[in-house]
Write a protein that binds this ligand. Sequence first.
Ligand SMILES: Cc1cc2nc3c(=O)[nH]c(=O)nc-3n(C[C@H](O)[C@H](O)[C@H](O)COP(=O)(O)O)c2cc1C
Length: 355
Amino acid sequence: MLRIGNVQLASNLFLAPIAGYCDLAFRLVCRSQGGLGLACTDLLSPQGLLRGTATSLDLAQTNDVDRPVGMQLYGGDPETMAQGAAWAAEHGATIIDVNMGCPVDKVTKKDGGSKLLCIPETAEAIVRAVVKEVGDRVPVTCKMRLGWHDCQPVAEWLAPRLVDAGVSAVTIHGRTTEQKFSGEVSLDGIARVVEAVGGRVPVIGNGDVREPQDAAEMIRGTGCDGVMIGRGALSTPWLFRDAWALQTSGVVPPAPSVEDRILLVRRYFDLMLEFRDERYAMYQIRRRITWFAKRLPPCKPLKEAIRTAAGPGEVWSVLEAFASGELRSRPGYGDDAENQADAADTNPSRTLSAA
Ligand SMILES: Cc1cc2nc3c(=O)[nH]c(=O)nc-3n(C[C@H](O)[C@H](O)[C@H](O)COP(=O)(O)O)c2cc1C
């Protein structure tokens, strides 16, 4: 069983932060399927939390079912990060994570995200300040990339220093900042970080896990202690259940029925209506249906009908019609080549350009 500091996790599988996607409603949907050890909020601005801006408070939403939960902070100023961590610890965070992987200009220009890989002394100072502020209450972790430049690995050198500074776990996305989301994740790069940390704290591997076998392969191929899954979970919220079952029993359970998958979409939408408002719930379901539909062929009628739905009533009707088979069997919407192509062409990295 995996422990992070004093926090015992039920599995070694983590839901990644994906800005704009891994909100409270989605975290609860993933949790409902089982197998999830720790879920994390999307990246949060400590200044926003401290000022109490509506956007930051929405992003930091959590509740008693949403446990254990990591709250991820970004920034380049140790003192502000420490104050933000104190806020997070007082507002439900089980773990505080420091973002050292975000490649987006808005974040790196202010010395946050993966810029910290270029200024390791600041990265260390942030970890020390955050651990000093909240370390007696909650463990502090960091999530980083392999380095900024493709030719210059940093993580294997920096990770042990951050352990010295007090982090209780390191998550490593096996790409550089230059790569953003292109190319394949480097299992060798992750393995080098595992080796460098030498078992002092858990190392969590991350990148391109879409099937339960990918998680098993990452653990086998790198020696990492756990696996973090991002985009794969957006289409397959039961991926944690499957990956955990594969690790513990060697068998992947049967996939949920179409009806059960539709229920998950409905659950997500209803929770969004409950936690936020109708406008935001409609915005989210229209953009996210692309992901859910990847596992709901024929996906074209479902995506089209949700995208054009006028309000919640219509979303519910569309989901019901899809579950009953009525929408799937409408003329022109068979399981044809167009639908196959549509499913195959739903490239997440094209629709998700942030972070
Ligand atoms: C749109 C988008 C937003 C992301 N937002 C965050 C973020 O807020 N914090 C973070 O540490 N990583 C963020 N990431 C990176 C993911 O957590 C993860 O490291 C990356 O997607 C690789 O894992 P995956 O292949 O399982 O998705 C983001 C990735 C994407 C595609």
